[in-house]
Design a protein around this ligand. Sequence first.
Ligand code: SF4
Length: 471
Amino acid sequence: MTARFHIRTYGCQMNVHDSEKLANLLHHAGLRAADSEAQAELLLINTCSIREKAEHRLYSDLGALRSWKAGAEGRVLGVGGCVAEQQGASLLRRFPHLDFAFGTHNLRLVPSMVSAARQGVRQAQTGESHSLERFDLPQRHPAFESRTPGRAFLTVMEGCDMFCSFCIVPLTRGREISRPAASILSEARQLAARGVVELTLLGQTVNAFGRHDLRRGRAGAAGALKSFGALLGELARIPGIERLRYTSPHPLFFDEALLRAHAELPELCPHVHLPLQSGSDRILEKMRRRYSAREFIGIARRLRAARPDLALTTDLIVGFPGETRADFEDTLAVVREVGFVDAYAFKYSPRPGTKAATMDGAVPPDEAQQRLEALQALQRGLTLDAHRSRVGTETVVLVEGPSARPRATASDDAGASAPRQLRGRDPYHRIVNFEAGAGCVRPGALLPLRLVEATPHSLIGASLDSAGAPT
Ligand code: SF4
C-alpha cells in the first residue's frame, strides 16, 4: 500500500512553498498526500520562528502529537523549517517521539531521512549550504496538486544579508544566494506548460536577486539579465504567463530597471508589498533598516509615478525597544501619508540571537498593545476607504475556490439552495468574493467581475452579465 503523508505549515510564503517542494519530493519518492493527519503515516511540521508565539506553538504541537505517533504502528514524525534549523538535535532530545529534524537547506534529504526513520534511525540534518544544489529540485510530479490551480510560487533567491536587528531570518535561512536565471526561466516555462497563469517570485529580499554576483563582476545568477527588473521582463515574455508578482522586496533595492518594469510590463501586477516596519528615523536606525521615513515615502512615490494605480501593502512593528509615543506617532503619520491598502502589524517579539534582543528600553506590554490597536484602527479605515473607492469598477480575479466568508444574507433555510460563494484575487491582491451562478467556474480560471460592494476585509463582485449596474 502506498504510504501517505501530511504536512503542517506555519509562517511565511517561503515556508508554504518549501512545503510544496517537500510534497513534490515525497511524490517522487512514491508517497501520496493523505486526506487528513489521521490517515497519514508520515507527518511533517514546517516551522516558523519569526515570533516567540510561533515557536511555542511547535512545542505544544509536538507534545500533543505523542498520541498521534502512538496511534498506529510505523508512523514517522519530522520537523523542518526555521525552528528545526536553529535547534536541530536538541528537539530530538526534548521530544523522544520525534524521528528527525531537517534545516531550511536540507529539503532534498527528507525522503532518505524518512527511509532511515523507518529503520529506526533518528537524526538531525541542519547547517547552512552555500551550494546552488538546493535549487536543483525535480519537476512537478504528475500526482502533485498545488493548492490553487493556475497559480505557482517560484523561488528566485534565498537567504538574507541585511541583518535587520530584530530579525532571525539571516540565522535560520542563511546568507543571500540567487538562483541561476536559466533555472528560474526553465521552471517558469514548465509551469506555464502545465496551465499556470500567475507566478509569484519568492525570496527573502527578492529584488536583491543577483546583486552579489553583479557587484563582484561575475555573470553568476543574473547572467546576461543584469537585474531583477530584467528577469521580470524575461518571465513576462513566456507564453501563458499573464500575471507576475513578487514578495518580499526590500525598499533599498528598487532600482531604475524595477521601476521601469512596473511602468512597462502589463503582466506585472499593480501591487507591491513594501515593508516599512517603523515611520520613525530613530527606530529605523535601531532596526538597521538602512532607509529613512522620507526615503521610504520617496520610493512609494516613484513606484506610483511608474504605475499610478499601484496598491501598496506593508509590515509594521510596534513597541520596538526604545520606541517612544512620538516615534509611534511618526509611524502613524507615514502610514497615513503613504495610504497603504493593507498592513500586517505586530508587537515586537524579541528573538534570541538578534541584536535587538539585547537592547534596553522594552515597551510595557499594555502600552505596546494600545499602540497596536491604534495602528490597526487607522489601517482598517484606510483599507475600507480603498475598497470603497473601487466599487462600480471592473476587475479580473484568479479564482481560488470556495469563499471563507460567511454568507451574510442566506438564512439557514435558504442556505442549501443558495448559489455557491467563491473567492478569487484581483491584480491588486485583494480578495473578491462572488457567487458562482449557473456557469461553471473552475479554480485557476481568470474571471472578469464588477465590484458591487466593499467590506473591511474584501470586496464583493458579481459577474458582468448578471451584475448590470452595481447594487
Ligand atoms: S531584510 Fe531584514 S526583515 Fe527582511 S528577512 Fe532580511 S533581516 Fe529579516
